[in-house]
Unconditional design. Sequence first.
Length: 309
Amino acid sequence: MDKKVYVIHENNEWTSPLFQRLEEMGVPYEDWHLSSGQINLAQEPPEGVFYNRMSASSHTRGHRFAPEYTAAVLAWLESWGRKVFNNSRALQLELSKVAQYSALKSFDIPVPRTAAAVGKQDIIRAASSFEGAFITKHNRAGKGLGVQLFQSENALASYVNGPSFEDSVDGITLIQEYIRSSEPYITRCEFVGGTFMYAVKVDTSDGFELCPADACQIGDTMCPVGEEPAPKFQILTDFSHPLIPKYEKFLRANGITFSGIEMIEDEWGNAFTYDVNTNTNYNPDAERKAEVYGMQEIARFLAAQLEMA
């Protein structure tokens, strides 16, 4: 059987731009949509290279156990010595912000002060140690799941004990210090092949659902009449930061080949890293303006790896 690139995922909208690039380059590939399936552990996997794009937010698309099944598939592939990009360790970090923050800290990468809690009363108790504003978020998240800003423990208690409370799919809620930035934006650093590609300035005025894919867009930021609307995503072609080399070391050590890492700076210019996305997407409008194309670079990388497999 001829070697192929196998793309592991659960969301067709996010993979179609990659498949288009692979087709343009004539790279043989196969779509492995793992919302369901079966594997024979004694059977040898096909030859080729495997790219894992499983998402922590799969349950929001009706694919509750796709990450667990993906973990089984990756264990099978790796036991047979197959080359997996964004491997089992990468999947572990994708599915747990607690795991992300613990791993980031070991590379001297600052993260916001965070507590993890299970159960409503412990969520409230965990917030008692925070001074000033804080946010909640889901441990297994993506799409800004569970992100809420609170000014006090009492406000959190009203939310947690009220009808609108939404628990994390893994039962773990994070309480995190609120990083107050001088401007409403975050920076997302994109990596292909474990190497920094570009940074994106992301406007957070409309909230925290920051996936740059076309399918996730909620429209550009509104502006006064007579002015052009500010783009939500703006690629920074000359971006540099002391954290970039640390990010690259972190990625290499944790089996992450492709990733978007998000940081925010406080009012004094201190940078805090708060999210690692191992199923990164790219904004086509921002890329056209900057004339850089993430999915094209991923396709080139996979094609080169397939040649060596």
